[in-house]
Design a protein around this ligand. Structure first.
Ligand code: TPP
Length: 434
């Protein structure tokens, strides 16, 4: 029997007082960071089970870390997806483009061109490589940090920027927070600001696909913090009960704004290990190793397509920048965490791999980075013609009452009239987009 904890005893009682554990991150601003106790395993050493195997046969993969790229920058072990050099270069290019896009949009927010932006620095592989392992018409249900999927699927940068600027070119008519994209043509489900809602939606969509006898599968992405939401657990239950053709990607970037992963349960077990309790296949992957990310997603996609079951994949990574443009991480975490992170930078690792196999060099990298920055700049200039924040070139004001109801209910009709009246009083000369 466990020892009773020593606690302050209530007067007249010999029973110890109960106590709660409140997680506390190891490092706070100014602390010296030491990640040497993190067990990241050795690349190439993890077994690759058959995609149709029973989840109970692969339990160890939920605790270790699937890694392919070694310190020698070569690919190792059975998880090496053996991609041809052209595909590897496309992957590198997509990741570099995401980074260039993030840099420019962040700057645009600081210049007042948009109200909000979220970078995915350090996590590019978890969306780009994973998206490249899926079919282009597999349905994806992302969170707000998977701009890499749209870029990998060739969504026009100008459409992304129009949405970020909420301008008159914005296909979503300014009704979504900047970066909450949506594209039916790219099988990219509308991003929701309400955390984890996309997870049961992905499972439901996958179930519908199976009911219809379709061949398309679904994949969702969710932050580790958001796995504490009830929606995530409903998603896991439905996925496993109905053997839904779905992939649940958990991006464990260590931080949920200022809450460290311990608040979502990271001190107790891994996020991949949650799969075991549901009877799901669980994989834990080096999220900064683009080849491992690709291989894991491909494994799970093959499994889903073969009706062998859903998979939960945890990508172990690090959110290198602030949560969003509204966040300042220097207030709650040590700046050394980013530099000490043992899994490195996903873009640099893939670049070094291509160089190591004789398929790339620093000159070509420099040229590619330059071209990526120029491409984003050109798209930005083009999108700016449709307007930026505060310039009035947004969708006509009255459209906010349109498209939701077939027939506008009486109270919205009243509000619409009242709003238009007040606008006329405020701007008697009229405004171009009133
Ligand atoms: C239901 C809900 N609760 C809280 C929030 C506020 N919120 C927005 S992002 C975020 C952190 C999410 O962290 P995580 O899931 O780890 O993803 P990350 O931002 O690290 O990619 C929180 C708490 C929200 N948008 N929705």
């Amino acid at each position: 029997m466990a020892d009773r904890p020593d606690g302050e005893r209530k007067a007249g009682s010999n029973k110890p007082a109960l106590a709660l554990h409140v997680p506390e991150p190891k490092y706070r601003p100014g602390d010296t960071v030491d990640f040497s106790d993190l067990d990241i395993g050795e690349p190439g050493k993890q077994p690759r089970p058959d995609e149709a195997c029973d989840p109970s046969e692969m339990g160890e993969l939920a605790y270790g870390l699937v890694r392919v790229l070694g310190d020698d920058d070569k690919a190792h072990g059975p998880w090496d997806p053996k991609l041809d050099p052209e595909t590897l270069r496309t992957m590198l290019h997509n990741m570099a483009l995401v980074r260039a896009f993030d840099e420019r949009m962040f700057r645009g927010q600081r210049q007042g061109k948009t109200s909000f932006y979220m970078k995915c620095t350090g996590e590019e592989a978890t969306s780009v490589a994973a998206a490249m392992a899926l079919a282009s018409d597999d349905m994806v249900f992302p969170s707000y940090r998977q701009q890499g999927i749209l870029i990998a699927r060739g969504y026009p940068l100008i459409e992304m920027i129009n949405q970020i600027y909420s301008n008159k070119g914005d296909k979503l008519k300014g009704r979504q927070l900047p970066i909450m994209y949506s594209s039916r043509e790219h099988s990219f489900f509308s991003i929701s600001g309400n955390l984890a809602t996309q997870t049961p939606q992905a499972v439901g969509w996958a179930m519908a696909s199976a009911i219809k006898g379709d061949s398309r599968i679904a994949a969702t992405w969710v932050g580790e913090g958001s796995t504490a939401e009830g929606d995530f657990h409903s998603a896991c239950t439905f996925a496993t009960v109905y053997n839904a053709p779905v992939i649940l990607n958990v991006i464990n970037n260590q931080w949920a704004i200022s809450s460290f992963s311990g608040f979502a349960g990271a001190e107790r077990t891994t996020f991949a290990a949650r799969a075991l309790g549901y009877g799901l296949a669980g994989l834990r992957v080096d999220g900064n190793d683009a080849l491992a990310c690709f291989a894991a997603q491909q494994w799970a996609a093959n499994r889903a397509r073969a009706n062998a079951g859903p998979t939960l994949i945890e990508y172990f990574t690090y959110r290198a920048e602030g949560h969003s443009t509204s966040d300042d991480p220097t207030g709650y975490r040590s700046a050394q965490e980013r530099t000490e992170w043992p899994l490195g930078d996903p873009v640099m690792r893939l670049k070094r791999h291509l160089i190591a196999i004789g398929e790339w060099d620093e000159e070509r990298q420099e040229k590619m980075d330059l071209e990526a920055a120029e491409r984003v700049k050109a798209a930005t200039k083009e999108a700016e013609k449709n307007g930026i924040l505060g310039h009035g070139l947004h969708h006509p004001f009255r459209t906010m009452f349109e498209d939701v109801f077939e027939e506008l209910p009486w109270h919205l009709r009243e509000q619409s009239k009242q709003a238009i009246r007040e606008r006329e009083i405020k701007f008697p000369e009229g405004r171009p987009n009133a």
